[in-house]
Design a protein around this ligand. Structure first.
Ligand code: ADP
Ligand code: ZN
Ligand code: ZN
Length: 760
């Protein structure tokens, strides 16, 4: 017998509340995860509907209490049904409770009270109403007379305006309602997060190359071909314009489109570009929207009021019934991977969802992820390439400056001679400059020059970061938010020589002011962008040329097109190279390429300066030459030798606990179980006929995580490598079961992560 766990109401907050039913034999084939079924419920055995969210062979309660499903409702692929299937796939592929997975695919469950627009409508004919007015005047009902006069003029009044602006009271309106003179009408108005609507604009005439790509896609689409495409186009090559053409085509077929954009790039400028083309058929989702706004966008999508949803990772779950296309722009971005369990990757989930709904997926990037490019080369995705900038604009000329040489020349400033020269040149020409500080990981930590003591957070195993506030100097923990005063003396040896190391954006700004006293400088980083519109304000000030130089972190390299920027300076290209992370070279290449690409978007004299201690590193050389292909070849060779993704696969088990001893023990037990599993599999493999050419399981660890403690919680990590993804997925499923049964894991939490984007 097969047993089904059924969820009755998916709009309910507690998705864990399921009921088990038996699946009669004749329904076994039709009853799959996601099926809508009818079954008897409660004492009265009222027949109600629900969704199957999982199936199993074993009953979880005494079988004599288990009732049977009545029927499986056909038209299986209703919205909820396919999202539940998606959740089940996410649970299986990334590891998490089904509850967590369901919460991912049903992002808005709680109904947020809709905004209602109420109107007062006159029910009486003109002459009857006039009679009524005369009658009221005789009785000298002042308030009612006024209301009647207003209604005679316009027949319908906005309820709120009547009360707030026209001074009509609620009882007066109530009296009219009871007298049958008026009726109240209520209509739901959905909040629209897109303000300042602009008039529509015609599409640009595509270049022959853009057109060729769009045509090929449309041709496939018309022929019923649904697949994944990778659009590799250099910065400013017109990818967005190609997306819009594809979107238009899919919309014309009556289908809907989801466009994923990294949150940081989802600026007013980007939204308006799409708005001008598609008008109010588009909507956006992002974390800056209020709860009510988000709920409304969800409802608008569900009801078909919009056809295009633009948003970050979570917009992937927009409940479109007729989804035809999912586009993922900047597909290489780390933010497409969830940092919370289930640690899913939007690219993979998009492809699975598209498969369920017979939709296509387009991935786009100037610097594709190794994963996507490899699949494109292997023929799994179709590859499109745009190798030139629009209107023949040239890519910037790039100077690579060796910082060791600068030091020999006794230049101790953070600006090399070349960069200084070019900045002065641009300041003279009234052109703009971006200074980019690559500070992923560390910078601004405080240590003692006498004894080397580093100021660390008392709750986390990380160094504190120096912040220079208006009033005081503070040390802040970027992991838990803890802050403390900057000490005057070293707490370890008492030396007064305690100071910050590394260069932060504040420092860069300060030095730039000294070096270029006439320049107007703006800074954009975590400190200057607090508040809802913080980062938008700085970007638009710079776009309006209210400043000559913009200093910032990775935040400034995305999403904005500044026509007047003709110089980009990259101050420390290397910081991200040293990260203890197999993706370090890839991330560095991406950052440098994106940063360089900011210069000379509309002018031909774009230049960039990359300052580095590693001028020979292939990430630096290939990004300076804008040579993705060479970068890819070097990097894939490295991954092949090291057996890293995308050549191989990694499963990370991340264990945490308040009790350090316990988590260390649990990690050891975990490893022992993995070793057992490995032996068992070997045995099975040797007995089966099939020869697997996928190599052996490698286990690394357990070790303390890079950041061994956060918020007083201890962190351990274990890496498992195998060529075959399915092997690791099965291992994960096995370990999930093991964890449930072992007492030692009660005080720990274990998270799984496949092919991590960041190191642990
Ligand atoms: P990408 O997304 O590849 O960085 P965009 O689509 O933003 O490139 O295009 C870069 C610039 O060129 C934008 O200002 C865009 O409006 C313009 N552009 C793109 N395609 C065309 C075209 N066919 N004709 C004229 N301008 C175009
Ligand atoms: Zn000291
Ligand atoms: Zn902390």
């Amino acid at each position: 017998m097969i047993y089904a766990d059924i969820i009755v109401d998916i709009s309910h907050e507690n998705l864990d509340k399921t009921y088990q039913y038996a699946v009669p034999e004749h329904l076994e084939e039709k009853a799959v995860v996601g099926s809508l079924v009818k079954f008897p419920f409660g004492r009265a055995n009222r027949i109600i509907k629900g969704y199957i969210i999982s199936l199993s062979q074993t009953p979880s309660i005494d079988v004599s209490y288990i009732k049977k499903i009545d029927e499986v409702v056909d038209n299986a692929l209703v919205m909820e049904s396919h999202l539940i299937r998606l959740a089940s796939w996410i649970r299986d592929n990334y590891g998490a409770t089904l509850n967590d997975a369901l919460k991912i695919v049903l992002p808005v469950k709680q109904t947020v009270k809709a905004v209602e627009k109420r109107t007062i409508r006159l029910l009486l004919e003109q002459d009857k109403a006039t009679d009524k007015l005369i009658e009221l005047r005789k009785k000298n009902y002042k308030a009612r007379i006024r209301l009647m006069e207003l209604l005679l003029k316009q027949k319908e009044l906005d309820y709120d305006t009547a009360i707030n602006k026209l001074g009509i009271t609620r009882p007066t309106i109530q009296a009219f309602v009871e007298g049958g003179i008026v009726e109240l009408k209520a209509a739901t108005v959905y909040r629209n997060p897109i303000k300042n609507e602009q008039s529509l604009q015609k599409a640009a005439v595509l270049t022959p190359k853009q057109q060729e790509i769009a045509d090929d896609f449309c041709n496939d689409y018309d022929n019923g071909i649904r697949r994944t495409y990778l659009l590799h186009g250099i910065t400013g090559s017109g990818k967005t314009e190609v997306y819009m053409e594809m979107i238009q085509h899919v919309l014309n077929k009556g289908k809907q489109v989801i466009l994923l954009i990294p949150e940081i790039a989802l600026t007013y400028q980007t939204v308006m570009r799409f708005y001008k083309r598609f008008g109010n058929r588009i909507s956006i989702m992002n974390s800056r929207l209020s709860k009510g706004e988000r709920y409304d966008q969800y409802m608008r999508a569900k009801q078909g009021d919009i056809d295009i949803m633009i948003g970050p990772r979570s917009a992937l779950f927009t409940p479109f019934e007729n989804l035809g296309l999912i586009i993922i722009d900047e597909e290489h971005e780390g933010s497409y991977k969830s940092e919370m369990p289930p640690k899913y990757h939007a690219r993979e989930v998009a492809i699975y969802r598209a498969n369920l709904l017979n939709a296509s997926v387009v991935l786009g990037s100037a610097t594709p992820s190794l994963e996507a490019y490899k699949r494109a080369k292997d023929g799994e995705y179709k590859l499109y390439e745009l190798k030139d900038r629009i209107n023949g604009a040239k890519l910037p000329h790039v100077y690579v400056v060796d910082l060791r040489e600068e030091l020999k020349k006794k230049n101790k400033s953070i600006f090399s001679e070349k960069l200084k020269e070019l900045i002065n040149d641009r300041l003279n020409k009234k052109e703009q400059i971006m200074l980019f500080l690559n500070r992923r990981g560390f910078a601004g930590f405080v240590s003692c020059r006498s004894c080397g003591h580093v100021m660390k957070c008392s709750h986390c195993d990380v160094s504190l970061t120096y912040h220079h506030g208006k009033e005081n100097q503070k040390l802040v923990c970027h992991y838990c938010g803890h802050d403390e005063e900057m000490p005057k003396k070293c707490p370890s040896c008492g030396s007064p020589y305690i100071a910050t190391f590394g260069t932060g954006t504040q420092k860069v700004e300060e030095m730039a002011r000294k070096e270029f006293p006439t320049a107007r400088i703006l800074r954009m980083d975590m400190d200057t962008t607090v508040g809802k519109e913080g980062h938008e304000k700085i970007l638009s000030a710079f776009a309006n040329q209210e400043a000559d130089i913009l200093v910032g972190t990775q935040m400034i390299v995305k999403g904005h097109d500044f026509g007047n920027v003709s110089l980009v300076g990259i101050l420390a290209a290397d910081l991200s190279l040293y990260a203890n992370d197999y993706r370090a070279a890839e991330k560095t290449f991406q950052l440098l390429t994106q940063a360089v690409g900011r210069a000379g978007r509309s002018k031909d004299n774009g230049e960039a300066v990359i300052q580095t201690y590693n001028p020979e590193h292939y990430s630096v050389i290939t990004s300076a030459n804008n040579d993705y292909e060479t970068f890819y070849n070097s990097e894939i060779a490295f991954r092949t030798i090291m057996k890293y993704p995308p050549v191989s696969n990694i499963l990370v088990a991340f264990l945490t606990s308040k009790n350090e001893e316990m988590v260390a023990k649990a990690a050891d037990l975990f490893k022992a179980a993995v070793l057992d599993y490995k032996e068992q599999m070997k045995l099975q493999m040797s007995m089966s006929q099939e020869k697997m050419e996928t190599g052996d399981l490698e286990i690394i660890g357990p070790v303390k995580a890079n950041v061994a403690k956060v918020n007083d919680i201890y962190r351990y990590v274990l890496y498992m490598k195998h060529m075959d993804y399915i092997y690791l997925k099965d291992l994960k499923n096995f370990m999930e079961g093991f964890i449930d049964y072992s007492a030692i894991f009660k005080g720990c939490s274990v998270q799984f992560d496949f092919n991590p984007m960041n190191s642990y």
